[in-house]
Design a protein around this ligand. Structure first.
Ligand code: ADP
Length: 224
């Protein structure tokens, strides 16, 4: 185990980025590198919808239309996943939550007296993000995100995500654009925001994310 991993074990990170910014990919890489639990609200909700659970049946209409699922539902899932990670002595990287200042306040109440160590803003221009979403596909079997029609991991035929249709994408992007400024400001005011350039290959961006974490997290986890 590297020194960084050891010091980051209980870290609490948030990744903020518009749809198509590569948030999911970068959270996955970061979680693997630092041995954190990757908590993706979108993925948790989609898998609940697929499983037909009570949570899935309640959330399905919102997810398919690209509308936000009510705060108390999303906060409930996140809180349960954070508790699970903490019980196992692991930290978390949150992907898709919080999206609004209200959700950030809720998260802060959930974590108190602890707090978020670092919020990473994955910065990608809207035009680039739209282009990425238009090419985005997902493997129905192993959930790998790809732009190819065949899954690079298990060779299954890939599909568009059910909520990646133009009206739903437009709605999600507009909602996000409206909420993102105040949310970033909220974390900046608390001194935990780092902006990372999200344009480049996944490996290049991962390197920048890793550098941001090295700069900020080590100091913060060490001083706890
Ligand atoms: P995207 O970032 O492309 O919108 P996600 O996978 O993060 O995709 O989320 C998919 C859907 O899940 C959202 O459109 C919304 O319905 C629901 N969702 C995810 N996170 C949240 C959240 N923090 N608050 C409310 N709804 C959420």
């Amino acid at each position: 185990m590297t020194d960084l991993v050891e010091r980051s074990l209980a870290a609490r990170l948030v990744m903020i980025g518009r749809q198509g910014s590569g948030k999911g990919e970068q959270c996955g890489r970061l979680a693997q590198r630092l041995q954190l639990d990757h908590v993706s609200t979108g993925e948790l909700l989609r898998s609940a919808v697929r499983a037909g659970s009570t949570l899935g049946r309640t959330s399905e209409a919102y997810v398919v239309r690209g509308e936000p699922v009510p705060d108390h539902i999303v906060a409930g899932i996140v809180s349960a996943r954070i508790a699970e990670a903490q019980a196992g002595g692991r930290g978390v990287v949150l992907d898709g939550f919080p999206r609004t200042v209200r959700q950030a306040e809720r998260l802060s109440e959930m974590l108190a007296p602890a707090s978020i160590d670092l919020a990473i803003h994955l910065d990608v221009p809207r035009a680039t993000a739209v282009e990425r979403i238009q090419n985005r596909r997902e493997c129905p079997s192993c959930r790998t995100a790809t732009s190819s029609v065949e899954c690079p991991i298990c060779r299954t035929h890939t599909e568009r995500r059910a909520d990646d249709w133009p009206a739903a994408i437009g709605r999600r992007m507009s909602d996000f654009a409206r909420e993102m400024g105040p949310l970033l400001e909220w974390y900046a005011e608390r001194g935990v925001l780092e902006t990372v350039d999200g344009v480049g290959t996944p490996a290049q961006v991962a390197e920048r994310v890793a550098n941001a974490v090295d700069r900020r997290i080590c100091a913060s986890v060490r001083s706890r």
